[in-house]
Design a protein around this ligand. Structure first.
Ligand SMILES: C[S@@+](CC[C@H](N)C(=O)[O-])C[C@H]1O[C@@H](n2cnc3c(N)ncnc32)[C@H](O)[C@@H]1O
Length: 272
């Protein structure tokens, strides 16, 4: 394990934060999320294609989706069997009638820090999208993900890189260097790396960083300096930044006009 990533949280703090994070995730993914329609599937296809993966890449093989959320995005992979490791899987299936997690061959409703013995050495692909920064011990998750791979299997980890969030939903601050180091420590050789997603700068915070890797053979280079491919152009990023700022100003103006602004309420309170 990397010393720079060593855990410094007490177990009871982890438990408390995991509980509030789980409530937040449920709100985000059950109450605010649309059922998986054609546009969701199209975005999934664009995302996987952006990372160089084709629908038939794992036909007849096992794909393990870590931190899958309520959608089975890995349905993109034609004729693959899918296993899901997702701590909220039971809740998603209970609270979101549209959740298609039941279409997976196996669902483990548990954190990915816990090893799943049945999956050891079984998977043609193990992937995780926008999930391991929601966990406290990403190094343990990466080591488990690596252990599910067949010797020629492929691992993909895509995550937002950002500071620790005050909302408790993102308890770990990953950097590209740290994620790369953790992947190398887990015994992987990195084949390629991506910045951003095909849809934007990030999944929600900071910027997205993705590694695609395979189990490293003895003496093989670790690939930590493999090409870093940007999935957005400078022009697209600049345009998105302007739109985001305009959206944020518009939201603030709306809060002032509708009387929801806390700052205006404070001013009015002081003036009264
Ligand atoms: C932002 S969602 C992303 C879901 C999905 N991968 C997607 O792209 O739509 C993050 C997911 O990670 C899950 N998660 C949080 N902590 C986890 C852990 N320790 N192990 C596995 N999954 C976890 C959450 O329950 C949540 O469903």
């Amino acid at each position: 394990m990397s010393m720079s990533a060593a855990p410094d949280h007490a177990p009871e703090d982890i438990e408390q934060c995991e509980r509030s994070a789980q409530v937040g995730e449920l709100t985000c993914h059950v109450e605010d999320a649309p059922p998986p329609d054609a546009s969701v599937r199209q975005r999934d296809a664009d995302l996987f294609r952006g990372f160089g993966l084709k629908p038939g890449d794992f036909a007849d093989g096992l794909v393990v989706d870590v931190g899958a959320g309520p959608y089975l995005r890995t349905k993109y992979f034609r004729d693959a069997q899918i296993a899901v490791i997702e701590p909220l899987a039971d809740e998603y299936r209970r609270q979101a009638p549209w959740s298609d997690l039941n279409d997976a061959a196996a669902v483990y409703s548990q954190p990915a820090e816990q090893s799943v013995a049945e999956l050891l050495g079984q998977a043609a692909c193990v992937l995780s999208l926008n999930a391991i920064d929601h966990a406290f011990e990403p190094w343990r998750i990466l080591a488990n993900m690596r252990s599910y791979l067949k010797p020629d299997g492929l691992m993909l980890v895509s995550v937002d890189v950002h500071d620790v969030d005050e909302d408790d939903l993102h308890p770990v601050a990953l950097t590209p260097a740290l994620l790369t180091e953790l992947a190398v420590n887990a015994g992987l050789a990195i084949e390629r790396r991506y910045l951003y997603t095909p849809h934007g700068r990030n999944y929600g915070h900071g910027f997205a960083y993705t590694i695609v890797a395979r189990p490293r053979a003895a003496g093989e280079p670790d690939g930590s300096d493999s090409p870093l491919i940007p999935l957005r152009s400078t022009g697209q990023l600049a345009w998105e930044e302007i739109s985001d700022r305009a959206g944020s100003v518009a939201r603030r103006v709306k809060r002032v006009v509708t009387g929801e602004s806390r700052t205006v309420k404070r001013w009015l309170g002081k003036a009264a």
